[in-house]
Ligand binder design. Structure first.
Ligand code: ADP
Length: 661
């Protein structure tokens, strides 16, 4: 034993040393880590912000390229689907100009253009009409000439001119209905035709129509006016420098007439559309003409590698102008920085574990040292602009450090707790092992002693008989009886040991059968009578008759013999034994009660443990293996029963076995 003890405790020492050292190192590292956490966290956040800024910048560039591709798909493919570009890529405003630098989209003509005179076949009639109308102030005659001219007219341009003149004289001679129908004809048939001063006849016609104030035809005039602005918005009637005046008149007039809600909305949309085209012309037409006329080369890298880009500035706001030329026509688009930026930042990439805000600033002021922001370049097209990214929560670092510290703290406490628990468990295990080992070695000594006692007496009495030293037949019989009883004791002890060793290795098979317990207890009492008598025991039995149960009779006998044997063994002074057998509603109860030395309260539960023996001065001289009660309890439990003990020191002990009836 002494040899075994040393390496175990050395190992434990080594284990504890390892636990303490590794725990200490971990604690030190954690504390160190927490103090470096601020720097690390700031660095980590800045790195992710830089990464996000990079992603935004890439997305911005991709968006620009996509816009150029979208434009090219719709326009450069040949069919000039400008309106559809505006719908599919609302951030860009496209344009198309002819080789004469006239705007074809938005369709716009400067006034004062020279338009061809009427054809010769109507020239005479028309000029006579004008002479009657303006010099002689005879509108009726003028009308006749104009009608004659109309009948000869062969071109839409001539017809538009004449029909417009007819409308005009009808107004002069106050024939409103007629005037209405001539002007209607202009709007329906010749809306795109231009007057000699470059004003579309439809402009004149619509102004006249809304001034005629013909209530009866009002719905028709509304429809004509709506159609007129639709044609303006859809590039069918050109915009001119005078469009704005007409639009003002029209929107004033629309506000005085009754419109349905959907009509109202349509009118507002159309007017907005026309206004935005007019403002496009006023803002960009010069710039576009200058660049295309000069054939200036762009210094910026081409969009998508092929679309030339120029940086322009409108009202202090940066924009890009993309111009491509093909078969002497030029087309392109303008796009505002702010529009692309809003589009890109409407789907921001997510950051792993913090929220951030993004801003666009112009100028290159560095970030404040106390703020955890990053500033990076947005795009080569907008070199003055910077992306600024900062955490949404100013206390982000503190929050993060607090969270990390808690995590480290808890993990550390758990780790140290776990290590301590490990030590405690191991120590407990070792002490249990040691106790078991002690008990087992004591058991071997006890067994030897236990078996020796009955054997010695068997040998002594057998020798006496063998050497014929017993005087009388009666004495011989008495000695033979002692030999028999001692061998029974020996058998019982061996049974207990066998039972224990068998139980340790395999489960015991009980032979259950319906048994009369009253008779069985009686038999045990008879078998024990010899020992009770020679120990001068006062014995009492209280047995109910014919109590039956399904038990293994040999096992139950062994259990009872153990209990009665203990009562004899542990009653040095007051030798008194009561054995009871009774049956109540559910249970069969067997009680074995003595008035012996009793068991200390704190060891009452331990006596059923293997090898356990109570140590007191009084029972020091009694021998035993510590197996009897353990075997007894196992037998009772194998019968689904229970065993309990009540005891008081020097007053006695009562074991109660309950079996199912
Ligand atoms: P053993 O008798 O061989 O020591 P047991 O398992 O039968 O082992 O009993 C365990 C211990 O319980 C005994 O050592 C003894 O101290 C105590 N004990 C058992 N029965 C009695 C009893 N009737 N009165 C007092 N002590 C008892």
């Amino acid at each position: 034993m002494a040899n075994l003890k040393k390496p175990v405790s050395r190992l434990i020492l080594l284990f504890i040393l390892m636990v303490v050292v590794s725990g200490g190192i971990l604690t030190f590292l954690s504390i160190n880590n927490i103090s470096n956490l601020r720097l690390l966290t700031e660095k980590r956040i800045q790195e992710s912000q830089l990464q996000i800024a990079g992603q935004i910048s890439t997305q911005f560039q991709e968006k620009l390229n996509n816009l150029a591709e979208e434009f090219s798909k719709n326009v450069l493919s040949g069919s000039a689907r400008f309106d559809s570009i505006v719908r599919s890529a609302p951030q860009i405003r496209p344009f198309l100009i002819s080789k004469e630098k006239e705007f074809l989209y938005p369709f716009f003509i400067e006034s004062g253009q020279q338009i061809a005179k009427p054809a010769t076949n109507i020239l005479a009639d028309f000029m006579n009409g004008e002479a009657d109308e303006f010099q002689k102030e005879n509108p009726k005659n003028a009308m006749a000439h104009y009608l004659s001219a109309l009948s000869k007219s062969r071109t839409p341009s001539d017809s538009a001119k004449v029909v417009n003149a007819l409308g005009r004289v009808a107004v002069k001679i106050k024939q409103s209905e007629k005037a209405h129908s001539w002007y209607k004809s202009v709007l329906v048939n010749f809306s795109g035709e231009l007057s000699p001063s470059g004003i579309p006849y439809s402009y004149l016609a619509i102004s006249q129509l809304i001034n005629l104030n013909l209530l009866a035809n009002q719905n028709e005039i509304i429809a004509l006016a709506e159609n007129f602005i639709r044609q303006l918005a859809e590039n069918q009637i050109p915009l001119t420098p005078g469009t704005q005046t007409i639009l003002n008149d029209l929107s004033g007039w629309f506000s005085t007439v009754q419109l349905q809600e959907t009509q109202q909305k349509a009118v507002v949309n159309l007017l907005e559309n026309i206004n935005s085209k007019l403002s496009f012309i006023s803002v960009y037409s010069n710039e576009i003409r200058v660049i295309t006329a000069s054939g200036r080369k762009s210094e910026l890298p081409a969009l998508s590698g092929k679309y030339p880009v120029f940086a322009i500035n409108v009202n202090g706001k940066p924009e890009l102008l993309v111009i491509t030329s093909e078969s002497e026509m030029s087309s392109g688009f303008v796009v505002r920085l702010n529009d692309v930026w809003s589009e890109v930042t409407s789907h921001l990439p997510g950051a792993k574990d913090f929220e951030y805000s993004v801003d666009l600033v112009s100028g290159s002021a560095p970030a404040r040292p106390d703020e955890l922001a990053v500033r990076t370049e947005l795009s080569t097209y907008f070199p003055l602009h910077r992306i600024v990214i900062k955490p949404a929560n100013e206390k982000l670092v503190e929050k993060f450090i607090r969270k990390r510290s808690w995590t480290y703290g808890i993990a550390l406490v758990l780790l140290l707790g776990g290590m301590l628990l490990g030590i405690v468990l191991i120590l407990r295990d070792i002490s249990r092992e040691k106790r078991m080992a002690d008990m087992q070695s004591e058991f071997v000594a006890n067994v030897t002693h236990e078996l020796k006692t009955p054997l010695t007496s068997i040998k002594m009495f057998a020798e006496t008989i063998f050497l014929d030293r017993a005087k009388s037949e009666e004495t011989r019989k008495k000695y033979a009886n002692i030999i028999m009883k001692e061998s029974e004791v020996l058998k019982r002890k061996i049974d207990n040991i066998l039972e224990y060793s068998v139980r340790k290795n395999e489960s015991i098979k009980y032979r259950m059968k319906e048994t009369n317990l009253s008779l069985l207890v009686g038999e045990v009492m008879d078998e024990m009578k010899y020992w009770l008598d020679i120990n001068k025991f006062e014995m009492k039995t209280e047995l109910d008759q014919d109590i039956f149960a399904r038990v293994d009779p040999e096992a139950i006998k062994q259990a009872l013999t153990n209990l009665i044997g203990n009562a004899i063994k542990y009653s040095p002074a007051d030798k008194n034994l009561v054995v009871r057998l009774k049956k109540n509603a559910e249970k069969i109860v067997i009680e074995v009660e003595d008035k012996g030395m009793g068991i200390p309260k704190d060891q009452l539960n331990l006596v059923f443990e293997k090898f356990y023996r109570v140590r007191t001065n009084e029972n020091e001289s009694t021998t035993g293996t510590g197996l009897g009660l353990s075997v007894t309890r196992d037998i009772v439990q194998a019968h689904n029963g229970e065993i309990s003990v009540e005891s008081e020191i020097n007053k006695g002990t009562k074991f109660t076995v309950c079996l199912n009836s």
